[in-house]
Write a protein that binds this ligand. Structure first.
Ligand code: DGY
Length: 324
């Protein structure tokens, strides 16, 4: 039997591409440019599966135009908001993602965002690089401590829980909201809030870890930001469209929100330019899963899903349309 043909939309880690070449007939993207919809569609002709990622737009219109040879879409990401899973399912196309393997790396970046925002790390780093640091000063570069503060986690899934474990090591008091409460033995002392509003009202630091869905888009908005204690710090390593940028920028400008640490943005990489002008933002370019170990593991996880499917089994990380 000939090896399945896989269209791979982005350049993947070396070891992942090596395994792809060994087990499949991959169409790789060595220049790593992002395919436009027409290019993606034309390259998808006569392929058996697509190996996509967060920079691809796999919406209903696109899915409906896919040739019938395409039977699976494996995404190299835990998030799958870029894929219309219902449209795929209706066309008989199986979808998979890469959960678990990026939990630790993403939780680490969340702590970096919290500390970076709280301690004004970017200003200090810029002073060194730009040679504007003149001397140590008792009142220079003052930030705020994380120790003893209340951390609100919106979305206590795998990544939220990994953030909670790390934050406990900083002696933070953990609060969370989730669609369903964790079993008592898994809460590890975290305080449950049955509404996001209740969570926001106690969060000295607020970190969002929710998937982007119609229910969560803009969940951080003018009303919910107003509930945070004055001087709170906001961090986001999940998805940019959970945040109403206008409202966050207004709160950061007024100082109502002391600082924000952001790794993800609506419309990235074309972020709202005002974030760059603000001195109380700590900004990273969607680095959550960006370690060699994690990106290798994401690739192998995507391949495990393809392997299972082409062996006639359900992929271990099968994605179903979300219940609304
Ligand atoms: C994902 O996998 O959804 C992440 O955003 C990539 O880091």
């Amino acid at each position: 039997m000939s090896r399945p043909k896989i269209l791979v939309t982005r350049k993947l880690p070396y070891a992942v591409e090596a395994r792809l070449k060994q087990d499949y007939q991959p169409h790789l993207n060595p220049t790593d440019h992002i395919f436009g919809q027409d290019e993606l569609l034309s390259k998808a002709q006569h392929t058996d599966a697509l190996l996509v990622t967060v920079t691809d737009k796999i919406d209903r219109v696109f899915v409906e135009k896919l040739p019938s040879s395409v039977r699976m879409i494996a995404t190299f990401s835990v998030g799958y908001d870029q894929i219309d899973v219902l449209a795929a399912q209706e066309k008989g196309i199986v979808v998979s993602n890469t959960p678990d393997v990026l939990t630790n790396a993403t939780a680490d970046i969340t702590l970096l965002l919290m500390l970076g925002a709280a301690r004004g790390a970017h200003a200090g780093e810029a002073a060194i690089r730009e040679s504007t640091w003149t001397n140590w000063a008792p009142t220079g570069y003052l930030g705020t401590e994380v120790t003893g503060k209340r951390l609100g986690i919106l979305g206590m899934g795998r990544i939220g829980q990994a953030v909670a474990r790390r934050a406990r090591a900083f002696d933070m008091e953990i609060h969370y909201h989730n669609r369903s409460r964790l079993p008592a033995n898994e809460e590890l002392g975290a305080h449950y809030h049955d509404t996001p509003q209740s969570l926001f009202s106690v969060s000295d630091f607020l970190s969002v870890h929710a998937a982007s869905t119609p229910q969560t888009r803009n969940i951080v908005n003018q009303e919910t930001l107003a509930l945070l204690p004055a001087g709170a710090i906001f961090v986001n390593a999940a998805r940019g469209d959970l945040v109403d940028d206008e409202a966050l920028i207004k709160a950061l400008t007024s100082g109502r929100i002391a600082a924000a640490g952001l790794d993800v943005y609506r419309g990235e990489p074309n972020i709202d330019p005002r974030y760059r002008q603000l001195s109380n933002t700590f900004l990273l370019p969607h680095l959550g899963s960006a370690t060699q170990e994690t990106r290798d593991a994401m690739g192998f996880c995507a391949l495990d899903n393809l392997d299972a499917f082409f062996a006639g089994n359900p992929p271990p990380n099968l994605v179903k349309p979300r219940q609304t």
